[in-house]
Design a protein around this ligand. Structure first.
Ligand SMILES: [Zn+2]
Length: 322
């Protein structure tokens, strides 16, 4: 296909990259990214059929066998000024649920194993979630977490009942983001906020790393937003754009610098994304280069946060209201 219509603004899109592939888990096939000449929105082509999507996430996505204790230990929220500075230093404030307030009612969409709900509870707020993956059901039960399995529209959560709806790194996976946001916003109180994060196609890492940008994450990621396209999306969904900033997690800087030096092969799981692969010697070398890349990501913090401030960071953090 030489070009097609932008799903956000309806104008024409042109080819940005072709022959991209799953450079992490080895799902076979080549994909292209098209970019809208008007709103800058990027979209992956072809889209997978629902059947192929099911196979993609079942067979090619690493479902870690995490235990209840590990989920309990993975609670990352800490109160206090020092912890706030640490989150800034690490660049983890693109985690949407870090921005909720105590005594509020929060819905986290795509809550995974439920660690985010424990985080929200640790902040003194009430937390429920939705998740597509039923494999985490035993964990939810053991931790007494309220998680609806399936789309938010099929949940029994009351309309207009949440102060915050959070969606970390989710919208880039959703085939029809406008229809999705409309469904989600029904659950929001008139005074509530939707907080969401997703990769930045205009960020420095994307421009600098080109085809090797870790957030292409083809074919799992299908939407790549710009400020103009996110404004249009908010309008279409009947929502207001309240704020928009970019934040780059240090761990993304670390992973990008490693990915830039690694060549992936189509149809093969990458040794880089699967730490268990390779000999003991090569795994020692991998560990060492990983530590060096992490140290470099901390040394780069002044530059990274400066880029974040200029909207050139790797993740958007967006707040919408009714
Ligand atoms: Zn467009």
């Amino acid at each position: 296909m030489s070009g097609f219509t932008c799903k956000i603004c309806g104008q024409s899109s042109t080819l940005l990259y072709e022959n991209l592939f799953d450079d992490r888990y080895g799902y076979p096939g080549k994909f292209s990214v098209y970019r809208c000449s008007t709103c800058g929105f990027g979209q992956t082509d072809p889209l997978l059929t629902p059947a192929a999507l099911g196979k993609l996430y079942t067979d090619y996505y690493p479902r870690k066998n995490i235990t209840v204790d590990e989920v309990r230990r993975s609670v990352t929220w800490r109160p206090g000024t020092l912890a706030r500075w640490k989150r800034w230093l690490q660049g983890v404030n693109n985690t949407c649920h870090y921005h909720v307030t105590p005594n509020s009612k929060v819905l986290d969409i795509g809550c995974g194993n439920g660690a985010s709900l424990l985080d929200i509870q640790a902040q003194g707020a009430e937390a429920v979630g939705t998740e597509e993956d039923r494999n985490v059901e035993p964990i939810a039960k053991a931790l007494h977490l309220q998680i609806h399995f399936g789309d938010v529209s099929t949940s029994t959560y009351a309309d207009q009942s949440f102060d915050f709806i959070t969606m970390s790194q989710l919208l880039e996976h959703i085939p029809d983001p406008a229809a999705f946001l409309k469904r989600v916003s029904q659950k929001l109180k008139p005074t509530g906020q939707i907080i969401m994060s997703f990769p930045n196609i205009d960020g420095w890492n994307r421009r600098h790393s080109g085809r090797r940008w870790i957030n292409w994450h083809i074919p799992y990621h299908i939407n790549f937003f710009t400020p103009k396209s996110i404004r249009l999306l908010a309008d279409q969904s009947g929502l207001k754009l309240m704020s928009l900033q970019t934040i780059t997690p240090n761990v993304w800087v670390q992973l990008q610098s490693l990915a830039n030096r690694h060549t992936a092969i189509e149809g093969q799981p990458s040794a880089f994304w699967s730490p268990d692969q390779g000999s003991e010697k090569s795994s020692m070398a991998k560990r060492l280069s990983s530590i060096l890349a992490l140290a470099m990501s901390y040394l780069c913090v002044p530059i990274t946060r400066w880029r974040d401030w200029r909207h050139q960071g790797d993740s958007w953090l967006v707040v919408l209201s009714k």
